[in-house]
Design a protein around this ligand. Structure first.
Ligand code: DAT
Ligand code: MG
Length: 157
């Protein structure tokens, strides 16, 4: 891409799972997205119910770990966020680290804070299309806040 040509502005759905909340990692996870330069578009804490979680993880319904995954996600409140920026979906996944913490490199969130796949503390959308679906599932349109980040011009060309 030629310099000065902006890549598409994207949004991604990032959710701190119950273990991330209980382990006091909310601030640290938010900080990483802030310091990278992304714009926080929406944020709320909630206790999701089973139907919402089953919809969110609908693609994994047939997996043997699905019931355990839903129980884990029901075990406490989560922090739901929408972050915006160029290539934020891919960069966000990179910041999270691999699904299995054994493959997550140090420096990534999962690589720095967790050991097993079933307690990997944070969710991030895996593609632009799934991000759009997940944002619509977890947030009402009026919960997405429009404002200009004061340092935008110092983050983008
Ligand atoms: P990711 O969260 O990296 O997008 P995924 O969408 O494949 O990974 O799976 C969703 C979550 O399900 C994952 O964060 C943790 C859990 N999970 C995935 N594979 C698992 C496994 N083999 N055993 C236990 N839990 C698993
Ligand atoms: Mg996934």
């Amino acid at each position: 891409m030629p310099s000065g040509q902006p890549a598409a502005m994207e949004r991604t759905y990032i959710m701190i799972k119950p273990d991330g909340v209980q382990r006091g990692l909310v601030g640290k996870i938010i900080k990483r997205f802030e310091q990278r330069g992304f714009r926080l578009v929406a944020m709320k804490m909630m206790q999701p119910g089973r139907p919402l979680l089953e919809e969110h993880y609908g693609d994994l319904k047939a997996k043997p770990f699905f019931p355990g995954l839903i129980d884990y996600m029901l075990s406490g409140p989560v922090v739901c966020m929408v972050w915006e920026g160029e290539e934020v979906v891919k960069i966000g996944r990179m910041m999270l680290g691999a699904t299995k913490p054994i493959d997550s490199l140090p420096g990534t969130i999962r690589g720095d804070y967790c050991i097993v796949t079933g307690r990997n503390i944070v969710h991030g959308s895996d593609a632009v299309a799934s991000a759009q679906k997940e944002i619509a599932l977890w947030f009402k349109p009026e919960e997405l806040v429009d404002y200009k980040l004061a340092n935008h011009g110092w983050i983008y060309e």
